[in-house]
Design a protein around this ligand. Structure first.
Ligand SMILES: [Ca+2]
Ligand SMILES: [Ca+2]
Length: 237
């Protein structure tokens, strides 16, 4: 009986989280001039994982397109983040496909004024992902570096429904939950045996970005017993 109650509670927690993921998480993070909704990470990760986390929060690595976007995002930068010279923030620009040709994560070309910091870009083909430095200027960096990141959230466009399942299929958007320490993880299974996910607790809305190895049908997430839920996207028209 206890177990059943725990499960019911977890389902409710998951659904509330899912709804929250679809909405601008905090009113002060929406730019009233552009209606863009921004989400800053609490933790650092590589550029690719950052993009995956943004996607699973119902968005994408941020399109910070002009001085006004720069000014707004700088104004809402979390006050408790360090401001030292080694602090960088990933956003959506990159030249991964063609060296020197900047594109957003949706492959649309960059147009407009650039905001390179002194002596940047300087990384050639070894630095293909763009970051904002502590002066809020562009620096090309190695995509595997772990930095904070900024997402745009597609506010109100997506909601999620969770269903408890016994096994996972490649491509599933799923959530893992463990009652003992109230950690939830949510991710899309990207390849057959390896899935990216993030964890969060009640005290921090979003924390560690890690890699999880999982085999189809076998839950290998850390230690302890985890429940598996399929997350379905509900499109809002
Ligand atoms: Ca480059
Ligand atoms: Ca550089």
């Amino acid at each position: 009986m206890m177990g059943l109650k725990t499960t019911e509670i977890l389902i409710i927690i998951t659904f509330q989280f899912a709804l929250a993921a679809a909405l601008c998480p905090d009113r002060k993070l929406r730019d009233p001039a552009t209606s863009k909704c921004y989400l800053f990470s609490n933790d650092k990760t590589d550029w690719f994982t950052a993009g995956t986390v943004c996607e699973h929060r119902g968005g994408f690595l941020a399109k910070i397109e002009n001085q006004a976007d720069l000014d707004f995002t700088q104004s809402i930068k979390p006050a408790d983040h360090p401001t030292s010279i080694d602090i960088f923030y990933w956003f959506g620009l990159n030249d991964l496909d063609n060296e020197g040709i900047l594109r957003w994560v949706d492959k649309t070309p960059f147009v407009g004024e650039d905001f390179w910091y002194n002596r940047q870009p300087n990384g050639g083909t070894s630095q293909n992902c763009l970051s904002l430095n502590n002066k809020w200027k562009w620096e090309d960096k190695e995509c595997g570096n772990d930095y904070y990141f900024i997402c745009n959230i597609n506010e109100g466009e997506k909601q999620y429904r969770s269903t408890k399942i016994d096994s996972i299929q490649n491509g599933d958007f799923f959530s893992l939950q463990r009652a003992v320490d109230r950690i939830d993880c949510a991710s899309r299974c990207l390849v057959e045996v390896q899935c990216a996910y993030w964890t969060y607790t009640e005290s921090t809305a979003e924390t560690n970005c890690k890699l999880l190895k999982i085999k189809t049908g076998i839950n290998q997430a850390a230690s302890g017993t985890w429940d598996l839920y399929r997350m379905e996207v509900i499109e809002i028209t």
